[in-house]
Design a protein around this ligand. Sequence first.
Ligand SMILES: [Zn+2]
Ligand SMILES: [Zn+2]
Length: 561
Amino acid sequence: MVKSKKNKELEVAFLGGVGEIGKNMTAICYANDILIVDCGSTFPSMDDTPGIDLIVPDFTFVKENLDKIKGIVITHGHEDHIGGIPYLLAECGNIPIYGSSLAMALIKHKLTERKMNMPKLNVVKGGDKKNIGVFSVEFINVTHSILGAFALSITTPAGVIFHTGDYKIDFTPVDGESIDLGRIADIGNSGVTLMLGESTNIEKKGTTISEKEVGVTLEKIIQTNTDKRIIIATFASNVNRVQQIISICEKAGRQVAFDGRSMVNISEMAKKLGMLEYKDNTVISIEEIKSVQPNKLCIISTGSQGEPMSALTRMANGEDKEVVIGEQDVVAISSQPIPGNEKAVYTLINKLYRRGAKVLYGSLEQLHVSGHACQDELKLMLSLVKPKYFIPVHGEFRHLKKHEELAISMGIPKENIRLVDIGNRVVVKKKSIQLGQSVEAGEVYVDGDSNVDSLVLRDRKQLSTDGVVIILLNINVENRQLASVDILSRGVVFDDDFLESLKALAEDTFETSSYKNESDRGGLKNNLKRKISRVILNKLRQRPMVLPLLIEQIKEDKDEE
Ligand SMILES: [Zn+2]
Ligand SMILES: [Zn+2]
């Protein structure tokens, strides 16, 4: 990275979360201080990234500027905002982190699970202000699908940056804590230089429905199915929804059991933090459900996205030790499939139906509401904050583009808006907002305990779609003669004639190669790969991975006789 000496300018570097929904990470830089906002992860799709467990941002920018990094502020505890933290700390060492009690508890849990050193975790609440380097950060309560969500007002020597975080405007939130619109209006009135605004639901008109509506639907389901066992699958992090379900069950005289690792963990965490309240005998462990009549029980489980390892998937596959699905069950899926998960969710629903359960899902009823602001809420936010410059974030490119159009329609000049990609660095000046020199950024693929690069992924995709062909050349090193050729293949089929012709081609390639005189192994392998690949492509229209192996034997078989 080229460092400019006179760099007393406000810069914002986008390390993730723009042009995509996932792995949010932004760096706010002024002179020798850098503040990081969020550090998320993305769940990969099977099609693009076979075998990958998780995608996290490329942390090169942080590593190269480690002496300047003053802290990480977390808007809220969703994975797309905190999932990258263990990987960042593993690469860069401990950096102090600031966020809500729930977000900090979730991060602590991640680090404890991995037996990692604990950085300083600073718990903040709505209204708190923290000085972090040259920055003063105010945390402002917003409503979202997880408790402890904040917008950030970051005062810098070159003006105020307002970051909305993820939010919706819920006037009747379940926990009573509403979005602090009054404070947001005050901040707007005092002058905001740059606003970063989330864009997830820009395509939806009107306003998002209140979380309370989901409670009404779930109550109806529980009231009308008094003879059935109820299983409700939802996001473990939506503590408010879990609270609503528990409260309804207490009223209806049902006991509750949590199923799925994250549901058990997060509920326990939320209970300790005082965010989840229930009577002592309401919640039982999943091992205890056999002692309760099915129609006096409600199981709250993970797996509403059809995740392969989740509790609901285990139940649907008949693999859950404790919960056997049958005609006595009503399964309510209290979420919408996240784009990309539709197939997994519908496969799950089919399996549940096959086992005899009644399944409630989709938008038939208000079984789920979004945690993100729709158009009217986005307009209200822009009109309260009244930023000079605006950068839409937390969206795929079309979302960012539409959010730009919305901002223009509200009177923000086009030249004061920037659409950004991962790796862009924006320089905020008094009279303009400009793209500066890019920073190194991108994706890192995590598979088990190791990082995997894009070349490995390319190989995996090729293997999965076209198979592999191995060409074994047994060579007598002493006289440099070819002893034999073997061709093995997996995932691709050759008939005998074609196999013989490939062997002949391999022999011919060997005979005419410089290997015979100079031992040019690389040259021979490249030629084999190129020629064999071309013949297979011409004949079969397939592109398997071709792996030439030269086996150089010192002794001829004859000598051993
Ligand atoms: Zn979120
Ligand atoms: Zn998010």
